[in-house]
Every structure is written in C-alpha cells, then in structure tokens.
Write a protein that binds this ligand. Structure first.
Ligand SMILES: *[C@@H]1O[C@H](CO)[C@@H](O)[C@H](O)[C@H]1NC(C)=O
Ligand SMILES: *[C@@H]1O[C@H](CO)[C@@H](O)[C@H](O)[C@H]1NC(C)=O
Ligand SMILES: *[C@@H]1O[C@H](CO)[C@@H](O)[C@H](O)[C@H]1NC(C)=O
Ligand SMILES: *[C@@H]1O[C@H](CO)[C@@H](O)[C@H](O)[C@H]1NC(C)=O
Ligand SMILES: *[C@@H]1O[C@H](CO)[C@@H](O)[C@H](O)[C@H]1NC(C)=O
Length: 365
C-alpha cells in the first residue's frame, strides 16, 4: 500500500509539474513578459505628465483605440501594441509612468517616450523626454521591483528575465530632432552622415549591452523608417524627388550599421539572440502599398498644428485605413498593422534578420 501511495503521489506530482511547465510554454502568451524601449512610435503615455508639447493624450489621437486617447501618437494601436497581441498578450503592455504596483510589472512595461533618442540631448529643444539612457535606468528599477514580488531566485535572469522579449526602436529623433535641426544642434556641422551613424551605433551598442546585463536575451532592434518620406519632411522641400533623399540616405547608413551590429552581438553574446527589423524596407514601393490598401502615403489624415501634430479635437479624414500617415510624422494604425504582422511573421530575411519576432519569441535559448 505504502509503495502504491508513493507511486501515485509521485505520478501526481509529475503530472502537475508537466502541466505547470506546459502552461508556461503554451499559455496565453508566447513569452512571459515584453519590455518596450523607444520613442513616439511606441510611447503609450509616458510623456503625458512631462513638460513638453510632444504628447498625444487628446483627440483625435486614440480615436480608434478602445480606451480613446492615451498618449499614443496614432489613431489606434502602435506597432508594439500589435506585436504584443500577436504574442498572445490579452492587454497592452502597461505604461511605465503610471504603473506603480510591482505585481503589474511582471508581464512587462513600456518605457517609450516621444521626442527621445539614443543621445541625451536629442529632442530636448521641444521640452522634456525620457531618453534611452533614462529608460534603461527605469528598467533597472523595474528588475528590482520584480525581484521584490517574485523573489530573487524566481525573478532571476535564468528563470524569468531571460525568457522575456525586449523591443528597442530608437534613432529616428537623433535625425529628425537633432541632426536635421541645425538651428538647435551642432551635430551636422561636426559629423558627416556616415560618421554620425557610426557614432550613434557605437553608443547604441553600449546601451544594448547594458540591457543584456539586466537579463535581456531575446532582443528585437527596430530599424529606422523612411524618415525622408514623412509628410513633415516632404513639406520642407524634396528638390524634385518623391522624398527628401538626404534624410533617407542618412538613416540608411544607420540601418546598415544596425544590421551588422546584430551580427556582431549574435557572434559575441552567444547565449542571447538579437534580430533586426527592417521597417525601412517594409514601407515598400507604391505597388506594394496598393496591395495593402495604403493608397495615400504622402498626406496626413488629421489636420495638424505648427509642430506637425494633430490639432486638438479637429476631425480627421474619413478613410484613414487608406492613409499611411496619421499626422506629419506618425503612421496610422493600418500602417502599423502591416509592419507589425510582417515583423512577426515574415519569412523574408530582408524584412527580419536573421529571424522574425514570432520565431525569436519561441526560441529556446
Ligand atoms: C538638388 O538636386 C540636384 C540634382 O540632383 C543636386 O545637384 C543638388 O545638390 C540638390 N540640392 C539639394 C539642396 O539637395
Ligand atoms: C565583438 O567581438 C569582436 C572581437 O572581439 C570585437 O571586435 C567587436 O567590437 C565586438 N562587437 C560587439 C558589438 O560587441
Ligand atoms: C479617400 O481616399 C482617397 C484615396 O484612396 C482620396 O482620393 C479621397 O479623397 C479620400 N476621401 C476622403 C473622404 O477622405
Ligand atoms: C502568419 O503566417 C501564417 C502562414 O502564412 C498565417 O496563417 C497567419 O495568419 C499569419 N499571421 C499573421 C499575424 O499575419
Ligand atoms: C524579400 O524581400 C525583398 C525586398 O522587399 C524582395 O526584393 C525579395 O524578392 C523578397 N524575397 C522573397 C523570397 O520573397
């Protein structure tokens, strides 16, 4: 009898352990947590309480978002909101600035801040922002809070933080709100575009290694889009081209170097995996845009003020799912949907290198 009881108990424990570990792997989301670092393309409210006009917590921003305006710089969901959904998260990743309870931090936080950049001074002519260095400090504090609710062993890198997904999308403002704003920043007089890209990537490399030190092992590095094709850039004059070529050329130096940084990081940090997401290439040709229904690529949907953001309460265009841009800088939810699905699912290494976000999430490291 005693032997049978032991066998039964052992079996039950085995079944229970298998069940728990299965539910961790095949539970509601593909990763236990998702941490987001970035700028206005990902911001979900971190700028709302900062002294800056670079905030979007008013209509018509959020007009298509279930909760209305939140601080997202678009009509609906951002790129990272959609990625979080595809990963199986039931709710959007919460905003760092308004999340106080450590138990609400364990599924991840969004640290992104409009106008912020890799460089500390970037975007500061507009007002306050949370640059990447500060976002990393905020994450350092989060790691401590998580340890306080889960216990040091359970929250440790090996048990938890290594299994999370980390998305970092930074650099657009180091061009739009630094290099190409010579009235406020001297960078374009000190460096040519290639030197500037080298400088940015050197700093980025150090910052990503800091994130690795805090336990990140699955990291998606989101490249820069065609900033020279944003309606704002076009409004400054294109010299006969469809877009501002010198801006696009400058960010392409950055993107090339970011992709080779991904190779180096994967070679040097063998217990981690980094991917490059080619949003530049995904904005695509006009032919490709027609197949996605984004017919209007050069005109914003909401009426804008002098800094290129939506005029408060002004009525936006009716057919916004056909517009690539919401205001003068930021893509519509539909454009975000197209890039996020591709980033998650593409089998083309020109879109996501060397693998897509879905595969990165599933990876056993
Ligand atoms: C405008 O385009 C012409 C011809 O491509 C080029 O020579 C010139 O440098 C461009 N000017 C500016 C300001 O980019
Ligand atoms: C990777 O390692 C090589 C060789 O040690 C080194 O030259 C390079 O700077 C490293 N790159 C990164 C991003 O760590
Ligand atoms: C809807 O989009 C088309 C382009 O597809 C544009 O020509 C038209 O003016 C738009 N209509 C409205 C009401 O915004
Ligand atoms: C991903 O690709 C598969 C197979 O092509 C498809 O069935 C699925 O709907 C795609 N998912 C997304 C989110 O696009
Ligand atoms: C991958 O994408 C690139 C750039 O969009 C395209 O030129 C190429 O044909 C694609 N490859 C495949 C196999 O679809």
């Amino acid at each position: 009898m005693a032997t049978n009881d032991t066998v039964i108990w052992t079996l039950m424990i085995v079944v229970l352990v298998v069940f728990i570990s299965q539910s961790c792997v095949h539970g509601e989301s593909r990763v236990p947590c998702f941490f987001i670092f970035g700028d206005s393309l990902a911001d979900n409210g971190n700028n709302n309480h900062l002294k800056t006009p670079a905030k979007a917590n008013y209509l018509p921003y959020g007009i298509d978002f279930p909760k209305g305006p939140t601080g997202r710089f678009t009509n609906g969901r951002t790129f990272v909101d959609i990625v979080a959904e595809l990963l199986g998260f039931e709710n959007p990743i919460p905003c760092f600035a308004t999340t106080r309870r450590p138990k609400d931090m364990v599924r991840g936080l969004n640290y992104a801040s409009g106008s912020a950049g890799l460089r500390d001074e970037t975007g500061t002519h507009m007002g306050a922002n949370v640059n990447l260095n500060k976002q990393l400090l905020n994450h350092k504090a989060t790691v401590k809070h998580i340890a306080s609710v889960m216990g040091h062993k359970q929250s440790s890198n090996k048990h938890y933080l290594n299994k999370c997904l980390y998305s970092v999308g930074m650099g657009s403002n180091d061009y739009m709100n630094n290099y190409f704003q010579p009235k406020f920043y001297p960078t374009s007089t000190k460096y040519n575009p290639e030197q500037y890209a080298t400088l940015l990537i050197k700093q980025y490399s150090r910052q990503i290694k800091t994130l690795y030190m805090y336990g990140a092992r699955k990291v998606a590095l989101v490249g820069l889009g065609q900033v020279g094709c944003a309606p704002y850039s076009i409004s400054t004059g294109t010299n006969g081209s469809a877009c501002v070529d010198k801006m696009n050329d400058a960010v392409q130096f950055f993107n090339e170097k970011l992709k080779s940084l991904v190779d180096q990081l994967n070679t040097n940090l063998t217990d981690a995996k980094f991917i490059y997401v080619n949003t530049y290439g995904m904005s695509g040709s006009s032919a490709e845009r027609t197949t996605t229904g984004l017919k209007v690529s050069d005109v914003n949907c909401c009426p804008v003020n002098e800094i290129g953001q939506c005029v408060p309460s002004a009525a936006p265009c009716k057919n916004r799912s056909e517009h690539m841009f919401w205001d003068l800088f930021h893509p519509t939810e539909m454009a975000n949907l197209v890039t996020a699905r591709r980033a998650y699912n593409s089998s083309n290494q020109s879109d996501t290198y060397p693998m897509n976000i879905g595969h990165l999430a599933k990876l056993r490291l």
